[in-house]
Design a binder for this molecule. Sequence first.
Ligand code: HEC
Length: 128
Amino acid sequence: MKKVFLFFITISIILVVSQCTYHNVEEYYANTLDTITNCGDTIDVSFSKDVFPLVADHCISCHNDITQYAGRNYDSYEGILEVVENGKLLKVINHEPGYVQMPKNADKLAQCYIDIIEAWIRQGSKDN
Ligand code: HEC
């Protein structure tokens, strides 16, 4: 009897936990997160396949349509292009002195992710 009870408790906990994990921004963008495959390949960088998933994963939880921290929404190509054009994007992710460090309150992005963003900008920050 005790075992059956424990079994049901376990199942309930699993159900509750799995429900909760769907209520966040990452889940909303989950289809884009799975597409980060070319870490290290910076020859021909794509905005939609390489850059946007990174930003969705590490930045959009704060810089989105609703919260818009620092007045920014990185939910679109245009939103991201603004901080490319004002020169701040690379400075904040590289933790350059005199700039805020992004992602805020989290580890610096992996170097290969920074390389991808840098390469995309070098290649003309295209909407490709
Ligand atoms: C936990 C929330 C959070 C995350 C995640 C986050 N930011 Fe920010 N960001 C902020 C806040 C808040 C500010 C305003 C400055 C401050 O308070 O530090 C800011 C400021 C900035 C600024 C400078 C202001 C401006 O002109 O736009 C840039 C650029 C920026 N963030 C880019 C990014 C990028 C790129 C990422 C992902 C790699 C990112 N942020 C992730 C919260 C966040």
